[in-house]
Design a protein around this ligand. Structure first.
Ligand SMILES: Cc1cc2nc3c(=O)[nH]c(=O)nc-3n(C[C@H](O)[C@H](O)[C@H](O)COP(=O)(O)OP(=O)(O)OC[C@H]3O[C@@H](n4cnc5c(N)ncnc54)[C@H](O)[C@@H]3O)c2cc1C
Ligand SMILES: NC(=O)c1ccc[n+]([C@@H]2O[C@H](COP(=O)([O-])OP(=O)(O)OC[C@H]3O[C@@H](n4cnc5c(N)ncnc54)[C@H](O)[C@@H]3O)[C@@H](O)[C@H]2O)c1
Length: 486
């Protein structure tokens, strides 16, 4: 390294963080908290994908769609209201307002107040210790964290450039000016983005078709849980083509797909491409430093790239793509970068929860059954069906389940999947137990208020206990009580 580049004798900063999404913001925050001199460089909007084009607008849209669905569904609860009238521009204005309300949490003002030097501009490495911002100002640092996120992957299908496709990044601005939701909406990709947006747009008046090349939706999640999401989407009118591969676009806004029955043409008014997100690693000097191999930013379990003073966190690191995952990695990247060479911490993803905000909601943490099997683990599965839960019955939402995997011969939790209303909230207790190595018996011993959704965890733990009754002791007790009755 020294031969090709001259290392500066002094540095302007202890740490420079590139990208102000969840990973970059948290990295800069931690550095400022421990009194390091830190600069955070952001080319576009503070808050990155989550605030501007990801979690926040999608959850705001999902809420409006849920209200529309509840209005349509109200006779089920004894309320007559007529079909919902969707004021789509007002829905999109609300999405914008929600972003505006949350913006201050991620703002330059807030982070400057916390001691972070925030710089607006596009950063590019010119050597391993120096970045240039907007081809003008240069800054050096002892360490760096690359937190540049990911961008939608666009498959190189014939005709794609003229297809008028939208992505999770572009759709918000485009839809903001529309009088109504697209009449026929095709969504390519049946992952979390595809499923969440499909249900939301269907509920807001679109006729949605999902095209997914795998044989089921939500491939990374428990198959039983994903099947319930699929069934609900279909019941609400979404057309789902699994095992269908997109082949090409033809003129007149048509997608040609190939499935088990051959080729099929699907006409659309709009198409959203949601087939995964690709780490942003090019155009700002990483390739020139030799940090990118086969299109990936190489990094180890300490989030260190192949230059020991350059770290990474968030979507760009290629290990997970979640907002809280990015914040989690930010802790490791910033602490490892600042404590170098005295101390380093290995990343740990064993207790990383995730939630897909469809209705029913699908929440999981740790291993799925398929993952536990693939790892050759010996485990038990306890399942509690929510059709038994009083709160779920009272709310006429008695569907879904809690599925918990435990290590064979113990109550140690290896993973959990919850599907149903408020699954993400119910999962919090299991995540806490798992993180702090508390088994299912500890959940069973905890008082849960009646009637709550969280009681589902207690009943699942109860189910676990029932399946492991001390049969010999109970036989003895039965004899003892019979003897006592005389
Ligand atoms: C529709 C959708 C819904 C989602 N919903 C959820 C959800 O409900 N829950 C959840 O946990 N996750 C969700 N995600 C994922 C989540 O948004 C991302 O995982 C998270 O935002 C990634 O954060 P990050 O900090 O790694 O990157 P980003 O937020 O992408 O931030 C990277 C930043 O770096 C900047 N940048 C890039 N290059 C440079 C450069 N050279 N110089 C300066 N700045 C640069 C970019 O402008 C950007 O602001 C969703 C994603 C999408 C698309
Ligand atoms: N609620 C949440 O936490 C949330 C919501 C949205 C997104 N996210 C994050 O964003 C990431 C990206 O989401 P995503 O849904 O774009 O990606 P994904 O990788 O999770 O799913 C993409 C799907 O597209 C399919 N696919 C790929 N190429 C295809 C093709 N040519 N034709 C048809 N189908 C094709 C894949 O088989 C896969 O099922 C997620 O993995 C997740 O981490 C999270």
């Amino acid at each position: 390294m020294a031969k090709r580049w001259q290392k500066p004798k002094r540095f302007d900063r202890n740490l420079i963080v590139i990208g102000a999404g969840s990973a970059g913001l948290v990295s800069a925050y931690i550095a400022a908290m421990v009194q390091a001199k830190v600069t955070l460089v952001e080319a576009h909007d503070m808050g990155g994908d989550c605030l501007n084009t990801g979690c926040v607008p999608s959850k705001a849209l999902i809420k409006s769609a849920k209200v529309a669905h509840q209005v349509a569904d109200s006779p089920r609860f004894g309320i007559q209201s007529g079909a919902p009238v969707i004021d789509f521009p007002a829905v999109m204005r609300r999405v914008r307002d929600v972003i505006t309300a949350i913006e201050p949490h991620d703002s330059v003002e807030r982070f400057t107040g916390l001691g972070v030097d925030c710089v607006k501009g596009y950063a590019r490495f010119i050597d391993p210790w120096t970045i240039e911002i907007d081809d003008a100002r240069q800054l050096t640092a002892k360490s760096f964290i690359i937190a540049t996120g990911a961008a939608p992957f666009i498959p190189p299908l014939p005709g794609v450039e003229d297809s008028g496709y939208l992505t999770s990044e572009s759709l918000w601005d485009v839809m903001a000016d529309r009088p109504s939701a697209p009449a026929r909406l095709v969504i390519l990709g049946g992952g979390p983005i595809g499923c969440e947006l499909a249900q939301a747009f269907q509920r807001l008046g679109s006729k949605v078709t999902i095209v997914e090349m795998a044989d089921r939706l939500l491939l990374k999640e428990d198959a039983d849980a994903a099947a319930l999401v699929t069934a609900r989407l279909q019941a609400e009118g979404v057309t789902i083509h699994t095992a269908h591969r997109a082949l090409r676009f033809s003129s007149g806004k048509t997608l040609v797909v190939e499935g088990p029955q051959g080729e099929k043409s699907i006409a659309y008014d709009d198409i959203i491409i949601a087939v995964g997100r690709k780490p942003r690693v090019s155009g700002f000097g990483l390739e020139e430093l030799g940090l990118v191999v086969d299109g990936q930013l190489e990094n180890d379990d300490f989030l260190r790239t192949n230059m020991p003073h350059i770290y990474c966190a968030g979507d760009v690191a290629g290990r997970q793509q979640l907002t809280h995952g990015g914040s989690h990695e930010a802790w490791y990247a910033s602490v490892n970068a600042l404590a170098r060479p005295f101390k380093k911490y290995r990343t740990d993803y064993r207790v990383l929860p995730r939630v897909t905000y469809t209705e029913p909601e699908l929440a999981s943490v740790g291993l799925t059954e398929a993952e536990a099997r693939a790892q050759g683990l010996s485990f038990d599965v306890t399942r509690y069906d929510l059709d038994d839960l009083d709160r779920a019955i009272a709310e006429s939402e008695a569907h879904g389940f809690v599925k918990i995997l435990t290590a064979k011969g113990s109550d140690r939790i290896l993973g959990a999947t919850i599907i149903g209303q408020n699954a993400g909230e119910i999962l919090a207790e299991v995540t806490f137990a798992m993180k702090h190595k508390m088994g299912l018996r500890k959940i069973l011993q905890t008082i849960h208020p009646y009637p709550t959704w969280a009681e589902a965890n207690k009943y699942a733990a109860g189910q676990f206990g029932l399946a492991r009754k001390p049969e010999a002791l109970l036989k003895w007790a039965e004899r003892w009580f019979r003897w006592q009755r005389g």
